[in-house]
Ligand binder design. Structure first.
Ligand SMILES: *[C@@H]1O[C@H](CO)[C@@H](O)[C@H](O)[C@H]1NC(C)=O
Ligand SMILES: *[C@@H]1O[C@H](CO)[C@@H](O)[C@H](O)[C@H]1NC(C)=O
Ligand SMILES: *[C@@H]1O[C@H](CO)[C@@H](O)[C@H](O)[C@H]1NC(C)=O
Ligand SMILES: *[C@@H]1O[C@H](CO)[C@@H](O)[C@H](O)[C@H]1NC(C)=O
Ligand SMILES: *[C@@H]1O[C@H](CO)[C@@H](O)[C@H](O)[C@H]1NC(C)=O
Length: 430
């Protein structure tokens, strides 16, 4: 006789639910450790000539005193500026025309302070700093200091990566798709601390799109770059808790709407327009899709960030066979009903799945669609055992059809058969 043992594997589903803490990412230090005295600085850009983009990097000593800096302007010609020395100047040698550029900045002190700049390995500048080559007489106060830190100013629209002392290309902006998911940031700054949270938005191509700044002064104030460009009190006062989670959402269903929640209280909700924005260039910036963020060097309030945990759609391996009438995105905890896309197909497993933290769905029994559970054999009897969607025959045949492959075994021999289907494991013993 045949015994059929059905084991439902639920443990694995529960164990993979991510912890809330794991979702938060620490905001990178705006000041990056470098040692320009021993190692040249390398920066990658992909800005076109004439784009108007800038590289703007400031150097600091170990004690955070200003130690010079360097700027590039992708004007109709490429121009450079050495901070505290010269203003924008044409290069002595034209940089290569390639759009993708690696800039190497070398500072040496063998006889005086020398600056060399290479672009894609072509030397485009080599100057010995002096009162003649620098138009500013105070250049040596700054450039004499050993350069141990740098930061990219938020108006730097061109630098995409820099080389870390460990030899890795580090992206300057962080990938987060604000078109799909709001941004959440965590602060623990008190009122009157004068701390600032500055988050700047960019497109996938590193073009500025806007930004939101918060100021913890005697009241909590906000500033919306390219829209509301003076610090303003929130229309709804944020909750008094020191630990705050801010949710910044940009939606585009009818016009461009910016919403800010603080600990789930809506503190701002504006539809951008020539009336609500004081900066009339707002639409040029805010119309661009936000795919990256940058916490700039003036920022000292944001500790952590994450994409707000919503579900943006069904799991990708469900969508070929399953559908839902739910409109995405949905918040964590939302129950979504699924059904099979094709007629005459049976939905196995759960019909309702729950959006869980981490933008995934949890289900006890992974849903799946089966087009033929069993080929009925006219000469054989079929018994259907249904709780977990498995069928068996009494007459030596066990049939499953998944993805077109019919698995069939005659079971009156000594065959043992194990089949794993999603979360179902069927073992048939003779
Ligand atoms: C480069 O841009 C600046 C404005 O930042 C402008 O003053 C200057 O004339 C431009 N130079 C060239 C060569 O286009
Ligand atoms: C820089 O080069 C451009 C193109 O050759 C030229 O038109 C411009 O006058 C130069 N600017 C300076 C300050 O020399
Ligand atoms: C943050 O920066 C502001 C100046 O922008 C300063 O007044 C404040 O003390 C700083 N806060 C911390 C924690 O360093
Ligand atoms: C808003 O202002 C800009 C700049 O003045 C103008 O080009 C645009 O047409 C205005 N939009 C509306 C809807 O009035
Ligand atoms: C979908 O993928 C998950 C994880 O990769 C897997 O556990 C599950 O069995 C798959 N479901 C279907 C219906 O293929």
């Amino acid at each position: 006789m045949i015994r059929l043992i059905i084991i439902v594997l639920i443990g694995a589903t529960l164990a993979t639910a991510p912890q809330i803490e794991d979702d938060w990412v620490a905001v990178p230090q705006p000041y990056k450790e470098i040692d320009l005295e021993t190692t040249p600085l390398e920066i990658k850009t992909n800005s076109a000539i004439g784009s108007g983009d800038y590289v703007k990097v400031l150097f600091y000593s170990v004690k955070s005193r200003r130690a010079g800096g360097f700027e590039l302007h992708f004007n109709s010609t490429l121009q450079y500026e050495i901070s505290e020395c010269s203003s924008y100047t044409n290069f002595s040698t034209n940089p290569p025309a390639d759009v993708n550029k690696i800039w190497r900045i070398t500072k040496t002190r063998t006889s005086g302070i020398r600056q060399q700049i290479h672009c894609n390995d072509v030397e485009v500048l080599n100057i010995l700093m002096s009162d003649t080559t620098c138009s500013s007489s105070s250049w040596s106060t700054f450039w004499d200091r050993n350069i141990r830190k740098m930061y990219f100013r938020f108006s730097d629209s061109a630098s995409d990566f820099y080389m870390s002392p460990e030899g890795n290309w580090v992206p300057i902006r962080l990938d987060i798709d604000l078109e799909a998911t709001p941004l959440e940031i965590k602060t623990d700054s008190a009122l009157e601390s004068e701390d600032k949270a500055n988050v700047n938005f960019y497109t996938s191509q590193d073009v500025r799109t806007g930004g939101v700044y918060l100021h913890f002064t005697s009241t909590l104030q906000y500033y919306i770059d390219y829209c509301i460009t003076s610090y303003t009190n929130f229309p709804n006062i944020p909750p008094a808790d020191v630990n705050k989670m801010w949710r910044i959402s940009v939606t585009r269903t009818s016009g461009i709407r910016l919403q800010i929640h603080c600990n789930d209280v809506e503190v701002l909700n504006i539809l951008m327009s020539n009336t609500t924005c004081d900066d009339i260039t707002w639409s040029a910036y805010w119309n661009r899709d936000i795919k990256k963020i940058y916490f700039d060097g003036g920022e000292n309030a944001t500790d952590y960030y994450r994409p707000y945990p919503v579900c943006t759609g069904l799991k990708t391996n469900w969508t070929s066979t399953m559908k839902t009438t739910t409109k995405f995105p949905v918040d964590t905890g939302t129950v979504v009903e699924v059904s099979c896309s094709d007629d005459g197909v049976t939905l196995m497993g759960d019909t309702k799945v729950t959006c869980k933290l981490g933008r995934d769905f949890s289900s006890l029994n992974e849903p799946w669609c089966s087009d033929t559970l069993i080929r009925r054999q006219p000469d054989r009897q079929t018994i259907t055992e249904n709780k977990v969607g498995t069928t068996r025959t009494t007459n030596n045949y066990l049939g499953f059809e998944t993805g077109g492959a019919l698995l069939r075994r005659q079971a009156d021999s000594q065959t043992k058969l194990g089949i794993k289907l999603g979360q179902l494991k069927c073992v048939m013993e003779n």
